[in-house]
Design a binder for this molecule. Sequence first.
Ligand SMILES: Cc1cc2nc3c(=O)[nH]c(=O)nc-3n(C[C@H](O)[C@H](O)[C@H](O)COP(=O)(O)OP(=O)(O)OC[C@H]3O[C@@H](n4cnc5c(N)ncnc54)[C@H](O)[C@@H]3O)c2cc1C
Length: 328
Amino acid sequence: MGMADGVLIFAETDGGRLHAGFWELVTVGRQLATKLGTTMHVAVQGGDASTVTEVRNSGADQVHVAEDARLAEPWPDAHLAAFATLCRELGPSVIVMPRTPLGMEVAARLAHRLGVGLAPDAMTIEATETGMVCTRPVFGGVARATIRLTRRPWIVVPYRRAFEAATPSSSCQSELVPAPAMPEGTLRTQCGPHARQSDEGPDLERARVVVAGGMGMSEAGSFQMLREIAELLGGAVGASRPVCDAGWVSSSLQIGLTGKTVAPEVYIAVGISGAIQHMSGCSSSRTIVAINKDPAAPIFQQSTYGVVGDWKEVLPAFRDALAGGGGR
Ligand SMILES: Cc1cc2nc3c(=O)[nH]c(=O)nc-3n(C[C@H](O)[C@H](O)[C@H](O)COP(=O)(O)OP(=O)(O)OC[C@H]3O[C@@H](n4cnc5c(N)ncnc54)[C@H](O)[C@@H]3O)c2cc1C
């Protein structure tokens, strides 16, 4: 197999579960491998047997499994040490990293170690024999920059939801290869015990319905209404950045450029003005419903359905209708 030129994807796992964005990376990986006429590889670090089984359905030629207890946690030093070792052994020409706190840290430090460039937040990716050209949002999403990577390996972090999720295929099982052991004595940090933040309701990034609140909710207590509606719809609660900054809800609920990117079937935005930095995190939703008392709010230009009104009048009736009508 043409080892010195493959496309290598970093599959992040959390608590034994594959990160929700993995299948988008597979789409990018498959496209690049086809374009460059090369093989596709996936590195699984710290995943359990079921994650490995799932990853084997990605169509990768090889799945490299690193089994080391230190990789069970999102510990950047350990993941970097293990992944850099694999990269040196495999010599891929392209490395695809997840847009997660761990993925972005490992990507940046790996680029430094390998003496190459990095394309973060890539919305488009174009590879040729001589270089890779990516575009990314800059200045809070109001402009796009073009990045050209020349020296290999090209390291790219695709923007969430900029690429469709690939469909797993069980017809072709990737070959399993043990990843090289992590070199001893290279870790300069220690990983202490950590507490897992318990999020409200279902996982925001996987939910089919998201009910998001903005500053128009006026206070933390108003989010109870959104929680009730989200629960009735089997969805998750999200929020705009100033809401999280104010501490009304956990910052893990932030949607937008500097928060999570979601693309549910239905996105209900309540008291959210529709700033570009917020919309970049939800504009791929299939249906956007906006509830805002200002008819001139920019969100109405991007929503499928709009309700001009005060949420205090609109939402109680909506909730009661959902509760009475047995949900959807
Ligand atoms: C670099 C950068 C990154 C950023 N990243 C993010 C990000 O990731 N996510 C994010 O959300 N923002 C982000 N922002 C901030 C963004 O620009 C906006 O300031 C923010 O999204 C506005 O939040 P909002 O819509 O909740 O509040 P506002 O803009 O204050 O809007 C409140 C809305 O509520 C409506 N309203 C008021 N009362 C009611 C009522 N009773 N019923 C119905 N409607 C009502 C108002 O008409 C108004 O439209 C970022 C900004 C920068 C510069």
